[in-house]
Design a protein around this ligand. Structure first.
Ligand code: A2P
Length: 295
């Protein structure tokens, strides 16, 4: 249990972060830890262990991040029981399709040293410009995820970076709608069209780069709001996402910033401030989008 391992009420409270309930009843913590790039130039195992110590229980990785072994090692070394950690991975773009997705899933499990995932996602939709058959490619990949769900090897399934058109096309062939769509999401880039569609169909949004890769941290409006609540701008961005029902996945290699990014459950942004942040001018995307991926 979080309180026995780490002591202190605060950590226990963080561990018990309000759950977000998916369409099939599985609960996810309200904030997760993004591990994209944690293996580049750092000890990924150390970073993920620090995140677990800080109180994160939703750990997000992907075959394409090339850090699944390090994430698996961190979970083992943390001595936190596997069933207290919610582990997500994603099928790489090069493994789309029914058989290859099933194989890729087994490979991810092997690298992570586990026999199930809590959440398995299609990392990117097939590219319309390069794949004439994109609808069918996504449908076949999704059929594999549905099988993994039915077999109980993935407790929940979803997609990532799917825009409305990809979701509409998928819904025409799917037996089960995605439970999650993980998209870039931060002030100035809330992707309203796909956000609204997902909310309407009960699909939970996870937000990657919830700090806009630090681009929004100097925004004057956010700084003013942060001062009023005596919080950091990062905490305002994350709290804003949580209040919109979005699960932000902040990443940091710094233990202090990891802790402050999860310490956002002792204040509430007013409706007025929520709206002010929503109406911020578009910042543009800070990462990639489905129309410009080249891998
Ligand atoms: P660092 O790892 O040194 O903390 P995003 O999650 O939007 O992609 O942003 C990740 C970036 O934001 C990383 O460069 C990370 O740097 C930085 N970062 C994470 N948390 C904070 C914070 N609380 N304050 C400032 N920068 C942060």
């Amino acid at each position: 249990m979080g309180n026995i391992l780490f002591g202190g009420n605060k950590i226990f409270r963080l561990w018990k972060m309000e759950n977000v309930i998916l369409a099939n009843g599985i609960g996810l913590p309200a904030v997760g830890f993004g591990s994209y790039k944690v293996s580049e130039g750092q000890d990924g195992t150390r970073v993920v262990k620090d995140a677990l110590l800080a109180g994160y229980r939703l750990i997000d990785t992907a075959a394409m991040y090339k850090n699944e072994e390090q994430v698996g090692k961190a979970i083992k070394e943390s001595v936190i029981p596997r069933n207290e950690i919610l582990l997500t991975s994603k099928v790489a773009n090069t493994d789309r399709g029914y058989d290859s997705t099933l194989r890729a899933f087994d490979e991810s499990l092997r690298r992570l040293g586990t026999d199930y995932l809590d959440l398995y996602l299609i990392h990117w939709p097939a590219d319309k410009a390069r794949e004439k058959d994109w609808r069918n490619v996504n449908a076949e990949t999704w059929r594999a995820l549905e099988r993994l769900l039915k077999e109980g090897r993935a407790r929940a399934i979803g997609v990532s970076n799917f825009m409305k058109e990809h979701l509409v096309a998928l819904s025409e062939t799917a037996d089960i709608l995605p439970m999650v769509n993980q998209i870039e999401f931060h002030p100035g880039w809330m992707q309203r069209e796909v956000y609204n569609w997902c909310v309407g169909y009960g699909i939970v949004i996870e937000g990657w780069s919830p700090l806009g890769r630090t681009r929004v941290l100097n925004d004057p409006l956010l700084i003013r709001i942060a001062e009023r609540y005596s919080k950091s701008v990062a905490q305002i961005c994350l709290r804003w996402a949580v209040q919109l029902g979005v699960i932000p996945l902040p990443k940091s290699v710094n233990p202090e910033r990891m802790k402050s990014n999860i310490d956002i459950f002792d204040f509430t942004l007013s409706e007025e401030d929520m709206k002010l942040i929503e109406s911020m001018p578009a910042t543009g995307e800070s990462g990639l989008s489905p129309d410009n991926i080249t891998f």
